[in-house]
Unconditional design. Structure first.
Length: 455
Protein backbone atom coordinates (compact mmCIF):
# COMPACT_ATOMS: atom_id res chain seq x y z
CA UNK A 1 0.00 0.00 0.00
CA UNK A 2 2.81 2.39 0.81
CA UNK A 3 4.61 1.60 -2.41
CA UNK A 4 1.44 2.28 -4.45
CA UNK A 5 0.71 5.60 -2.82
CA UNK A 6 3.29 7.57 -4.76
CA UNK A 7 2.05 6.03 -7.98
CA UNK A 8 -1.54 6.86 -7.06
CA UNK A 9 -0.50 10.37 -6.08
CA UNK A 10 1.39 10.76 -9.34
CA UNK A 11 -1.60 9.48 -11.24
CA UNK A 12 -3.89 11.97 -9.55
CA UNK A 13 -1.43 14.76 -10.27
CA UNK A 14 -1.25 13.75 -13.91
CA UNK A 15 -5.03 13.67 -14.13
CA UNK A 16 -5.23 17.11 -12.53
CA UNK A 17 -2.64 18.47 -14.92
CA UNK A 18 -4.50 17.02 -17.92
CA UNK A 19 -7.75 18.46 -16.65
CA UNK A 20 -6.13 21.86 -16.25
CA UNK A 21 -4.69 21.68 -19.74
CA UNK A 22 -8.04 20.65 -21.19
CA UNK A 23 -9.75 23.42 -19.25
CA UNK A 24 -7.31 26.02 -20.50
CA UNK A 25 -7.66 24.76 -24.08
CA UNK A 26 -11.45 24.73 -23.81
CA UNK A 27 -11.47 28.22 -22.31
CA UNK A 28 -9.15 29.47 -25.06
CA UNK A 29 -11.28 27.93 -27.80
CA UNK A 30 -14.44 29.34 -26.23
CA UNK A 31 -12.84 32.78 -25.91
CA UNK A 32 -11.76 32.83 -29.54
CA UNK A 33 -15.15 31.58 -30.60
CA UNK A 34 -16.88 34.35 -28.64
CA UNK A 35 -14.51 36.99 -30.01
CA UNK A 36 -14.98 35.72 -33.54
CA UNK A 37 -18.72 35.60 -33.10
CA UNK A 38 -18.84 39.10 -31.65
CA UNK A 39 -16.64 40.41 -34.44
CA UNK A 40 -18.73 38.66 -37.04
CA UNK A 41 -21.89 40.17 -35.59
CA UNK A 42 -20.42 43.61 -35.12
CA UNK A 43 -18.91 43.77 -38.59
CA UNK A 44 -21.95 44.83 -40.64
CA UNK A 45 -23.50 46.88 -37.83
CA UNK A 46 -23.15 50.62 -37.67
CA UNK A 47 -21.79 51.62 -34.27
CA UNK A 48 -22.31 55.34 -34.87
CA UNK A 49 -25.10 57.16 -33.07
CA UNK A 50 -28.34 57.07 -35.09
CA UNK A 51 -29.35 60.22 -36.93
CA UNK A 52 -32.53 61.79 -35.52
CA UNK A 53 -34.98 62.91 -38.21
CA UNK A 54 -37.89 65.28 -37.93
CA UNK A 55 -40.55 65.48 -40.62
CA UNK A 56 -39.04 68.70 -41.97
CA UNK A 57 -35.61 67.06 -42.11
CA UNK A 58 -37.06 64.16 -44.07
CA UNK A 59 -38.81 66.52 -46.50
CA UNK A 60 -35.63 68.56 -47.07
CA UNK A 61 -33.58 65.42 -47.70
CA UNK A 62 -36.18 63.93 -50.04
CA UNK A 63 -36.29 67.10 -52.15
CA UNK A 64 -32.54 66.80 -52.77
CA UNK A 65 -32.58 63.25 -54.15
CA UNK A 66 -36.07 62.54 -55.51
CA UNK A 67 -35.74 62.03 -59.31
CA UNK A 68 -39.33 62.97 -60.19
CA UNK A 69 -39.09 66.23 -58.27
CA UNK A 70 -35.74 67.08 -59.85
CA UNK A 71 -37.13 66.26 -63.30
CA UNK A 72 -39.86 68.86 -62.71
CA UNK A 73 -37.22 71.36 -61.55
CA UNK A 74 -35.20 70.64 -64.68
CA UNK A 75 -38.22 71.32 -66.88
CA UNK A 76 -38.77 74.57 -65.03
CA UNK A 77 -35.15 75.60 -65.57
CA UNK A 78 -35.34 74.74 -69.28
CA UNK A 79 -38.53 76.79 -69.64
CA UNK A 80 -36.82 79.74 -67.96
CA UNK A 81 -33.94 79.59 -70.46
CA UNK A 82 -36.45 79.40 -73.33
CA UNK A 83 -37.95 82.66 -72.08
CA UNK A 84 -34.49 84.25 -71.95
CA UNK A 85 -33.81 83.16 -75.52
CA UNK A 86 -37.15 84.42 -76.82
CA UNK A 87 -36.58 87.76 -75.10
CA UNK A 88 -33.18 88.00 -76.78
CA UNK A 89 -34.88 87.58 -80.16
CA UNK A 90 -36.77 90.83 -79.50
CA UNK A 91 -33.56 92.83 -78.99
CA UNK A 92 -30.92 93.84 -81.52
CA UNK A 93 -27.86 91.60 -81.72
CA UNK A 94 -24.36 92.48 -82.85
CA UNK A 95 -21.97 90.22 -84.76
CA UNK A 96 -18.51 90.68 -86.18
CA UNK A 97 -17.81 89.25 -89.64
CA UNK A 98 -14.48 88.83 -91.43
CA UNK A 99 -14.53 87.54 -95.00
CA UNK A 100 -12.10 87.24 -97.93
CA UNK A 101 -13.46 86.96 -101.49
CA UNK A 102 -11.40 85.83 -104.44
CA UNK A 103 -12.85 86.64 -107.84
CA UNK A 104 -11.49 85.21 -111.08
CA UNK A 105 -9.78 88.02 -112.95
CA UNK A 106 -10.66 89.26 -116.43
CA UNK A 107 -7.67 91.60 -116.92
CA UNK A 108 -9.65 94.45 -115.38
CA UNK A 109 -9.89 95.84 -111.84
CA UNK A 110 -13.38 94.39 -111.23
CA UNK A 111 -12.97 90.68 -112.11
CA UNK A 112 -15.42 88.35 -113.79
CA UNK A 113 -18.20 88.55 -111.15
CA UNK A 114 -19.92 91.91 -111.23
CA UNK A 115 -21.03 91.67 -107.58
CA UNK A 116 -17.41 91.83 -106.42
CA UNK A 117 -15.50 95.08 -106.00
CA UNK A 118 -12.33 93.57 -107.41
CA UNK A 119 -10.31 90.43 -107.83
CA UNK A 120 -9.54 90.54 -104.12
CA UNK A 121 -12.15 91.79 -101.67
CA UNK A 122 -11.93 91.96 -97.89
CA UNK A 123 -14.78 92.42 -95.43
CA UNK A 124 -14.17 93.11 -91.76
CA UNK A 125 -17.16 94.75 -90.16
CA UNK A 126 -19.60 94.71 -87.30
CA UNK A 127 -23.25 94.02 -87.99
CA UNK A 128 -26.13 95.20 -85.79
CA UNK A 129 -29.22 93.19 -86.71
CA UNK A 130 -32.83 93.80 -85.62
CA UNK A 131 -35.98 91.97 -86.66
CA UNK A 132 -39.36 93.53 -85.96
CA UNK A 133 -42.12 90.93 -86.07
CA UNK A 134 -45.29 90.42 -84.09
CA UNK A 135 -44.50 86.70 -84.18
CA UNK A 136 -41.42 87.27 -82.02
CA UNK A 137 -43.51 89.20 -79.51
CA UNK A 138 -46.05 86.39 -79.35
CA UNK A 139 -43.25 83.83 -79.01
CA UNK A 140 -41.88 85.71 -76.00
CA UNK A 141 -45.31 85.78 -74.37
CA UNK A 142 -45.75 82.07 -75.11
CA UNK A 143 -42.37 81.32 -73.49
CA UNK A 144 -43.39 83.28 -70.38
CA UNK A 145 -46.62 81.27 -70.15
CA UNK A 146 -44.69 78.01 -70.64
CA UNK A 147 -42.34 79.01 -67.83
CA UNK A 148 -45.33 79.61 -65.55
CA UNK A 149 -46.67 76.16 -66.45
CA UNK A 150 -43.31 74.53 -65.65
CA UNK A 151 -43.04 76.36 -62.32
CA UNK A 152 -46.54 75.25 -61.34
CA UNK A 153 -45.77 71.64 -62.29
CA UNK A 154 -42.59 71.76 -60.20
CA UNK A 155 -44.70 72.89 -57.26
CA UNK A 156 -47.19 70.09 -57.95
CA UNK A 157 -44.31 67.61 -57.85
CA UNK A 158 -43.05 69.13 -54.60
CA UNK A 159 -46.45 68.89 -52.91
CA UNK A 160 -46.94 65.34 -54.14
CA UNK A 161 -43.54 64.47 -52.67
CA UNK A 162 -44.72 65.93 -49.35
CA UNK A 163 -47.64 63.48 -49.24
CA UNK A 164 -45.34 60.56 -50.07
CA UNK A 165 -42.82 61.48 -47.38
CA UNK A 166 -45.52 62.15 -44.78
CA UNK A 167 -47.07 58.74 -45.44
CA UNK A 168 -43.69 56.97 -45.23
CA UNK A 169 -42.49 58.96 -42.20
CA UNK A 170 -45.55 58.41 -40.05
CA UNK A 171 -45.93 54.87 -41.39
CA UNK A 172 -42.53 54.11 -39.89
CA UNK A 173 -43.49 55.72 -36.58
CA UNK A 174 -46.73 53.75 -36.41
CA UNK A 175 -44.87 50.55 -37.27
CA UNK A 176 -42.62 51.20 -34.28
CA UNK A 177 -45.65 51.88 -32.10
CA UNK A 178 -47.38 48.71 -33.21
CA UNK A 179 -44.23 46.73 -32.52
CA UNK A 180 -44.16 48.14 -28.99
CA UNK A 181 -47.87 47.36 -28.58
CA UNK A 182 -47.36 43.76 -29.69
CA UNK A 183 -44.38 43.47 -27.35
CA UNK A 184 -46.58 44.59 -24.49
CA UNK A 185 -49.34 42.23 -25.62
CA UNK A 186 -46.87 39.34 -25.75
CA UNK A 187 -45.74 40.14 -22.22
CA UNK A 188 -49.35 40.30 -21.06
CA UNK A 189 -50.11 36.98 -22.75
CA UNK A 190 -47.12 35.38 -21.01
CA UNK A 191 -48.25 36.87 -17.70
CA UNK A 192 -51.71 35.46 -18.24
CA UNK A 193 -50.19 32.05 -19.02
CA UNK A 194 -48.22 32.16 -15.77
CA UNK A 195 -51.35 33.08 -13.82
CA UNK A 196 -53.43 30.31 -15.40
CA UNK A 197 -50.71 27.71 -14.72
CA UNK A 198 -50.49 28.76 -11.06
CA UNK A 199 -54.26 28.65 -10.70
CA UNK A 200 -54.35 25.23 -12.36
CA UNK A 201 -51.75 23.92 -9.91
CA UNK A 202 -53.92 25.20 -7.09
CA UNK A 203 -56.94 23.46 -8.58
CA UNK A 204 -58.80 26.72 -9.13
CA UNK A 205 -59.13 26.57 -12.96
CA UNK A 206 -59.34 23.86 -15.57
CA UNK A 207 -56.51 22.84 -17.88
CA UNK A 208 -58.46 24.34 -20.78
CA UNK A 209 -57.62 27.80 -19.44
CA UNK A 210 -53.91 26.97 -19.65
CA UNK A 211 -54.37 25.73 -23.22
CA UNK A 212 -56.17 28.93 -24.16
CA UNK A 213 -53.42 31.01 -22.55
CA UNK A 214 -50.76 29.04 -24.44
CA UNK A 215 -52.56 29.61 -27.74
CA UNK A 216 -52.81 33.32 -26.98
CA UNK A 217 -49.09 33.53 -26.08
CA UNK A 218 -48.08 31.75 -29.28
CA UNK A 219 -50.36 34.00 -31.33
CA UNK A 220 -48.75 37.08 -29.81
CA UNK A 221 -45.28 35.73 -30.61
CA UNK A 222 -46.27 35.33 -34.27
CA UNK A 223 -47.72 38.81 -34.35
CA UNK A 224 -44.53 40.13 -32.78
CA UNK A 225 -42.50 38.67 -35.63
CA UNK A 226 -44.87 40.18 -38.19
CA UNK A 227 -44.69 43.57 -36.48
CA UNK A 228 -40.90 43.43 -36.52
CA UNK A 229 -40.97 42.63 -40.24
CA UNK A 230 -43.34 45.53 -40.93
CA UNK A 231 -41.15 47.90 -38.90
CA UNK A 232 -38.10 46.86 -40.94
CA UNK A 233 -40.01 47.30 -44.22
CA UNK A 234 -41.24 50.78 -43.29
CA UNK A 235 -37.73 51.79 -42.20
CA UNK A 236 -36.35 50.76 -45.60
CA UNK A 237 -39.16 52.57 -47.41
CA UNK A 238 -38.35 55.82 -45.60
CA UNK A 239 -34.59 55.35 -46.04
CA UNK A 240 -35.00 55.07 -49.82
CA UNK A 241 -36.81 58.41 -49.88
CA UNK A 242 -34.48 60.50 -47.70
CA UNK A 243 -30.95 59.07 -47.89
CA UNK A 244 -28.77 58.96 -51.02
CA UNK A 245 -26.51 56.30 -49.45
CA UNK A 246 -29.38 54.11 -48.16
CA UNK A 247 -28.65 54.73 -44.50
CA UNK A 248 -30.71 52.66 -42.06
CA UNK A 249 -29.16 54.03 -38.89
CA UNK A 250 -31.71 56.72 -38.05
CA UNK A 251 -34.55 57.48 -35.68
CA UNK A 252 -37.73 59.44 -36.40
CA UNK A 253 -39.21 61.97 -34.01
CA UNK A 254 -42.70 60.90 -32.95
CA UNK A 255 -44.90 64.01 -32.94
CA UNK A 256 -48.23 62.29 -33.56
CA UNK A 257 -49.38 63.21 -30.06
CA UNK A 258 -49.56 66.89 -31.07
CA UNK A 259 -51.86 67.08 -34.11
CA UNK A 260 -51.85 70.30 -36.11
CA UNK A 261 -54.98 72.50 -36.02
CA UNK A 262 -57.35 72.27 -38.95
CA UNK A 263 -58.24 75.59 -40.64
CA UNK A 264 -61.81 76.59 -41.38
CA UNK A 265 -63.31 75.59 -44.71
CA UNK A 266 -63.67 79.19 -45.92
CA UNK A 267 -60.01 79.81 -45.17
CA UNK A 268 -59.02 76.60 -46.96
CA UNK A 269 -61.16 77.51 -49.97
CA UNK A 270 -59.62 80.97 -50.19
CA UNK A 271 -56.09 79.54 -49.96
CA UNK A 272 -56.89 76.95 -52.65
CA UNK A 273 -58.03 79.69 -55.02
CA UNK A 274 -54.79 81.64 -54.48
CA UNK A 275 -52.17 78.94 -54.03
CA UNK A 276 -53.33 75.86 -55.91
CA UNK A 277 -50.60 74.89 -58.43
CA UNK A 278 -52.89 72.75 -60.61
CA UNK A 279 -55.15 75.76 -61.19
CA UNK A 280 -52.17 78.02 -61.93
CA UNK A 281 -50.78 75.46 -64.36
CA UNK A 282 -54.12 75.22 -66.19
CA UNK A 283 -54.46 79.02 -66.45
CA UNK A 284 -50.88 79.35 -67.71
CA UNK A 285 -51.44 76.53 -70.22
CA UNK A 286 -54.47 78.37 -71.61
CA UNK A 287 -52.45 81.58 -71.88
CA UNK A 288 -49.72 79.64 -73.67
CA UNK A 289 -52.24 78.22 -76.15
CA UNK A 290 -53.60 81.72 -76.82
CA UNK A 291 -50.13 83.00 -77.64
CA UNK A 292 -49.65 80.09 -80.02
CA UNK A 293 -52.80 81.23 -81.82
CA UNK A 294 -51.33 84.75 -82.03
CA UNK A 295 -48.10 83.33 -83.45
CA UNK A 296 -50.05 81.41 -86.08
CA UNK A 297 -51.93 84.58 -87.10
CA UNK A 298 -48.65 86.48 -87.35
CA UNK A 299 -47.59 84.05 -90.07
CA UNK A 300 -49.94 85.98 -92.36
CA UNK A 301 -48.37 89.36 -91.50
CA UNK A 302 -45.21 91.01 -92.86
CA UNK A 303 -41.94 91.18 -90.91
CA UNK A 304 -39.33 93.94 -91.02
CA UNK A 305 -35.58 93.62 -90.44
CA UNK A 306 -32.79 96.19 -90.16
CA UNK A 307 -29.02 95.72 -90.56
CA UNK A 308 -26.31 98.26 -89.87
CA UNK A 309 -22.73 97.52 -90.97
CA UNK A 310 -19.57 99.36 -90.01
CA UNK A 311 -16.05 98.33 -91.01
CA UNK A 312 -14.06 97.48 -94.11
CA UNK A 313 -15.38 96.30 -97.48
CA UNK A 314 -12.51 97.02 -99.87
CA UNK A 315 -9.87 95.50 -102.11
CA UNK A 316 -7.24 95.91 -99.41
CA UNK A 317 -7.30 94.69 -95.83
CA UNK A 318 -6.45 98.12 -94.52
CA UNK A 319 -8.19 101.20 -93.21
CA UNK A 320 -6.87 103.19 -96.21
CA UNK A 321 -6.37 102.34 -99.88
CA UNK A 322 -2.98 102.81 -101.58
CA UNK A 323 -4.19 106.12 -103.02
CA UNK A 324 -5.08 107.34 -99.52
CA UNK A 325 -8.80 106.76 -99.77
CA UNK A 326 -10.41 105.83 -96.43
CA UNK A 327 -11.78 102.27 -96.49
CA UNK A 328 -13.65 102.45 -93.17
CA UNK A 329 -17.34 103.17 -93.60
CA UNK A 330 -20.88 102.10 -92.85
CA UNK A 331 -23.93 100.80 -94.66
CA UNK A 332 -27.51 100.06 -93.67
CA UNK A 333 -30.21 97.87 -95.13
CA UNK A 334 -33.91 97.46 -94.42
CA UNK A 335 -35.92 94.45 -95.58
CA UNK A 336 -39.66 93.91 -95.63
CA UNK A 337 -40.87 90.35 -96.03
CA UNK A 338 -44.44 89.74 -97.17
CA UNK A 339 -45.83 86.19 -96.99
CA UNK A 340 -47.51 85.34 -100.29
CA UNK A 341 -47.81 81.57 -100.71
CA UNK A 342 -46.63 78.58 -98.70
CA UNK A 343 -49.09 75.83 -99.70
CA UNK A 344 -51.42 76.34 -96.74
CA UNK A 345 -48.80 75.83 -94.02
CA UNK A 346 -49.79 78.99 -92.13
CA UNK A 347 -53.47 78.09 -92.23
CA UNK A 348 -52.67 74.60 -90.93
CA UNK A 349 -50.63 76.08 -88.05
CA UNK A 350 -53.58 78.32 -87.19
CA UNK A 351 -55.94 75.32 -87.04
CA UNK A 352 -53.49 73.47 -84.79
CA UNK A 353 -53.21 76.44 -82.45
CA UNK A 354 -57.00 76.80 -82.22
CA UNK A 355 -57.37 73.11 -81.37
CA UNK A 356 -54.77 73.42 -78.59
CA UNK A 357 -56.51 76.52 -77.22
CA UNK A 358 -59.89 74.76 -77.09
CA UNK A 359 -58.33 71.78 -75.32
CA UNK A 360 -56.57 74.04 -72.82
CA UNK A 361 -59.86 75.81 -72.08
CA UNK A 362 -61.62 72.49 -71.45
CA UNK A 363 -58.77 71.34 -69.17
CA UNK A 364 -58.99 74.60 -67.21
CA UNK A 365 -62.70 74.22 -66.51
CA UNK A 366 -62.15 70.55 -65.58
CA UNK A 367 -59.34 71.55 -63.20
CA UNK A 368 -61.61 74.11 -61.55
CA UNK A 369 -64.34 71.52 -61.01
CA UNK A 370 -61.85 68.95 -59.76
CA UNK A 371 -60.33 71.49 -57.38
CA UNK A 372 -63.69 72.22 -55.77
CA UNK A 373 -64.44 68.51 -55.48
CA UNK A 374 -61.04 67.54 -54.06
CA UNK A 375 -61.11 70.46 -51.65
CA UNK A 376 -64.39 69.26 -50.18
CA UNK A 377 -63.26 65.61 -50.10
CA UNK A 378 -59.86 66.30 -48.52
CA UNK A 379 -61.30 68.74 -46.00
CA UNK A 380 -64.04 66.33 -44.94
CA UNK A 381 -61.49 63.54 -44.60
CA UNK A 382 -59.19 65.68 -42.42
CA UNK A 383 -62.14 66.97 -40.36
CA UNK A 384 -63.47 63.46 -39.74
CA UNK A 385 -60.04 62.08 -38.86
CA UNK A 386 -59.43 64.96 -36.46
CA UNK A 387 -62.79 64.49 -34.75
CA UNK A 388 -62.18 60.76 -34.28
CA UNK A 389 -58.84 61.19 -32.53
CA UNK A 390 -60.37 61.98 -29.14
CA UNK A 391 -62.73 59.00 -29.38
CA UNK A 392 -59.90 56.67 -30.38
CA UNK A 393 -57.78 57.91 -27.49
CA UNK A 394 -60.61 57.33 -25.02
CA UNK A 395 -61.19 53.85 -26.45
CA UNK A 396 -57.51 52.97 -26.01
CA UNK A 397 -57.59 54.13 -22.37
CA UNK A 398 -60.82 52.23 -21.69
CA UNK A 399 -59.43 49.07 -23.27
CA UNK A 400 -56.31 49.24 -21.08
CA UNK A 401 -58.45 49.69 -17.97
CA UNK A 402 -60.76 46.87 -19.06
CA UNK A 403 -57.81 44.50 -19.41
CA UNK A 404 -56.52 45.39 -15.96
CA UNK A 405 -59.91 44.81 -14.33
CA UNK A 406 -60.58 41.59 -16.26
CA UNK A 407 -57.22 40.18 -15.21
CA UNK A 408 -57.97 40.97 -11.57
CA UNK A 409 -61.41 39.36 -11.89
CA UNK A 410 -59.85 36.27 -13.42
CA UNK A 411 -57.40 35.96 -10.53
CA UNK A 412 -60.35 36.24 -8.18
CA UNK A 413 -62.23 33.54 -10.07
CA UNK A 414 -64.92 35.90 -11.39
CA UNK A 415 -63.92 35.96 -15.10
CA UNK A 416 -63.14 33.31 -17.70
CA UNK A 417 -60.01 32.87 -19.77
CA UNK A 418 -61.94 33.88 -22.88
CA UNK A 419 -62.76 37.23 -21.30
CA UNK A 420 -59.08 37.85 -20.54
CA UNK A 421 -58.02 36.95 -24.09
CA UNK A 422 -60.78 39.12 -25.52
CA UNK A 423 -59.68 42.05 -23.32
CA UNK A 424 -56.07 41.61 -24.44
CA UNK A 425 -57.04 41.60 -28.12
CA UNK A 426 -59.34 44.58 -27.64
CA UNK A 427 -56.57 46.63 -26.05
CA UNK A 428 -54.13 45.85 -28.88
CA UNK A 429 -56.75 46.62 -31.53
CA UNK A 430 -57.80 49.89 -29.90
CA UNK A 431 -54.18 51.05 -29.57
CA UNK A 432 -53.49 50.20 -33.20
CA UNK A 433 -56.67 52.00 -34.24
CA UNK A 434 -55.47 55.11 -32.39
CA UNK A 435 -52.11 54.95 -34.15
CA UNK A 436 -53.75 54.49 -37.55
CA UNK A 437 -56.16 57.34 -36.83
CA UNK A 438 -53.32 59.72 -36.02
CA UNK A 439 -51.54 58.83 -39.27
CA UNK A 440 -54.80 59.14 -41.19
CA UNK A 441 -55.21 62.70 -39.94
CA UNK A 442 -51.63 63.66 -40.87
CA UNK A 443 -51.94 62.20 -44.37
CA UNK A 444 -55.35 63.83 -44.86
CA UNK A 445 -53.89 67.16 -43.76
CA UNK A 446 -50.98 66.72 -46.19
CA UNK A 447 -53.44 65.98 -49.02
CA UNK A 448 -55.40 69.12 -48.12
CA UNK A 449 -52.19 71.15 -48.13
CA UNK A 450 -51.44 70.03 -51.69
CA UNK A 451 -54.42 72.23 -52.60
CA UNK A 452 -53.97 75.08 -50.15
CA UNK A 453 -50.23 75.29 -49.48
CA UNK A 454 -47.13 73.27 -48.66
CA UNK A 455 -45.81 71.96 -45.35
Amino acid sequence: MKTSAPASSGTHAAIIRQACVLGIVSLTVLTFAQVGSSQGNAGPQNTAAPLTLTLQDALARARKINPEYHAALTESGIAKEDRVQSRAALLPNVNYNTTFFYNEGNHTATGRFIAANGVHEYESQGNAHQVISLENVAEYRRARAAEAVARARAEIAARGLVVTVVRAYYGFIVAQRKYASVQRAAAEAQHFLDISQKLEHGGEVAHSDVVKAQIQAQQQQRELQEAELEMSRSRLELAVLVFPDFNENFAAVDDLQTPEPLPGFDEAQSAAGRKNPELRAAVAALNQARQEVAMAWNGFLPSLSFDYFYGIDANQFATRAPDGTRNLGYAATASLQLPVWNWGANRSKLKQANLRREQANIELTATQRELLSNLRIFYNEAQTARAELDLLSQSADLAAESLRLTTLRYQAGEATALEVVDAQNTRTQSQNALNDGQVRFRVALANLQTLTGSL
